[in-house]
Design a protein around this ligand. Sequence first.
Ligand code: PMV
Length: 329
Amino acid sequence: MNKVKVQAPSNIAFIKYWGNKKDNIPLNESVSMTLDNCLTKTTACFSDKDFDEIYIKNNSGEKTLLEKNDIKGKKAYEQIEIIRKISGKKNKLTIESENNFPTGAGIASSASGFCALSGACAKIFEINDLIGNKKEFSKLVRKSGSASAARSVFGGFVSLKDGGDGNYFAEQIADEASWKLTDTVAILKNSVKKTPSSEGHRLAKTSPFLNTRLSEVKKRLSDVKQAIIKKDFEKLGHAIEKDTISMHAVMMTSTPPLFYLEPETLKLIKLIIDARNKGTEAYYSIDAGANVHVICEEKNEEKVNKFLSELKFVKSQIINHVGSGIKFL
Ligand code: PMV
């Protein structure tokens, strides 16, 4: 096999992971919904050169070489090395990766990107037992530059949890057919965030609210899991919003503080609450970026789209349903 192609989805965390121990180990369990319309496609092929190359393709098809001079770039090249070592092979790789959605804008492009990269490397190096065992594969993905990428291995609703030995792995809570939910991403800003999440995780420990978050998040985790199993949308929605605010409180009280929220983000949060009070059952979730994920049941999707289209400051919308996990094409 000389060339492989892999597609991995992004995911939106309902219970977010923020703050890590060394080696990218999360400080708390997280739960997400896999997205069907925010995808990374990655190809890998053997190279004649004596070094690896990762190219990122933009929407116009232009390719840029990923440099190793930031944390994510360095981690991406390290992930190739780790997987090559497991395979026992020596070949160098040329990787090409492309997102169908804005990168670094709070839509978890690292999650889909690192999941696809890990999958493409495992496939080209023919580590088939690892690819066939999703739990073990998710452990390997977790060690990449984005722990939340491990959740993208699975479709549906997914938890990233401690196996008891500090080794985190992903596990499906319910599959993609179990509950018809929609995540409409309201694009307010297309610009790439200034502080990547990898840097933010490191800063979390400087926040006086981190320990408060880590103790109160446990009850919310159990509420979110129960809500998913019982399809209790109101319970889910309130927990999602509380978790968003709790994570951003840690971000904003870190040293230096991290403000991912923009004025338009707060404006939209308030409008979503107003709309909900008038009968549009939707809730907000915001990752490490300014854009807002508006979560509703699929039956209310059109109402949400109409509400968002009437707001001039919403540049565009990306509509996602519950998607499946990584695919080897
Ligand atoms: O897994 P990372 O390093 O890309 O960080 C994920 C951080 C958040 O997206 C803000 C939350 C999450 O759990 O997805």
